[in-house]
Design a protein around this ligand. Sequence first.
Ligand SMILES: Nc1ncnc2c1ncn2[C@@H]1O[C@H](COP(=O)(O)OP(=O)(O)O)[C@@H](O)[C@H]1O
Ligand SMILES: [Mg+2]
Length: 301
Amino acid sequence: MSVEDRTAGAPDAPLPAGRVRIRTEPSLPAITAQAVNGRSAHETREAVFDIRDLAAYYGANCALAGTTLRIYRNLVTAVIGPSGCGKSTFIRSLNRMNDAIPGFRVTGQIQYHGHDVYGSRANRVEVRRRIGMVFQKPNPFPKSIFDNVAWAPRNLGMKRRLADRVEQALIQAALWDEVKDRLHDSALGLSGGQQQRLCIARAIAVEPDVLLLDEPASALDPVSTASIEDLMHNLKHRFTIVIVTHNMQQAARVADRTAFFSLDTAGPERFGTLVEYGDTETIFRGASDSRTRDYVAGRFG
Ligand SMILES: Nc1ncnc2c1ncn2[C@@H]1O[C@H](COP(=O)(O)OP(=O)(O)O)[C@@H](O)[C@H]1O
Ligand SMILES: [Mg+2]
């Protein structure tokens, strides 16, 4: 099974049944950004991730350097930037999705609710359960719609009221009405947009706290893309969402906060760095770095 084939929350080995389940904490109402003592109101929220001086390497190659930022609860945070600037590497570092890649390593620190994601006491299975992931290309398993959504809960021993759990996940992913009469049909018979919403349902079936989405709509048609964007608005009341997108209009439509990464050079080396991070409106209308202004104006990328 390749890394891309793993679903959100997919365990490396099944956990024993009957362990304590950690529920998602109740969500906060959405607030709009207003400056409070010169700070964005978003920055007064609880930080889900506190990332300090993160660097990521594939063997000797540095893909990302010197990344420091906080990701706030119940917001949509977009990650934008030109191809190869480390966007995927960045979000895959947040839930240790790259651990299976030989030679991959990170330096610096990623604190998740105060816990070191790469610390010696971190439980990788639990990290993946709490921090779910959806990929660019919908990747349902060749199983029924029901079994796709039930897969991770079953593996994690969350078997009580499984049918309810599957139904709730499909409702939250705005797919229930379209599939409720054919739950036992193959997931591969769904359209691309439906498959992607199924992958979102599969991710949320294990009650994560964070959803990481790596260009989730870039393989979809405009109608399916719009339904994924609508879904982001609804899901952020329950989850903290980090979305990588190539599409700047999409970032402007869905994200409360935007992080712009770019490629930096040091001699022959090229690596990704965080150039600017702030409220989406500021990044798109009043960025302080000229590289951000050029990128959002479409002058490179
Ligand atoms: N599995 C991998 N093995 C080796 N290098 C990789 C791997 N994945 C990405 N890279 C390298 O890391 C850099 C950043 O890639 P990536 O995070 O995929 O950027 P983006 O998502 O912004 O396009 C690129 O130079 C890319 O070639
Ligand atoms: Mg990428």
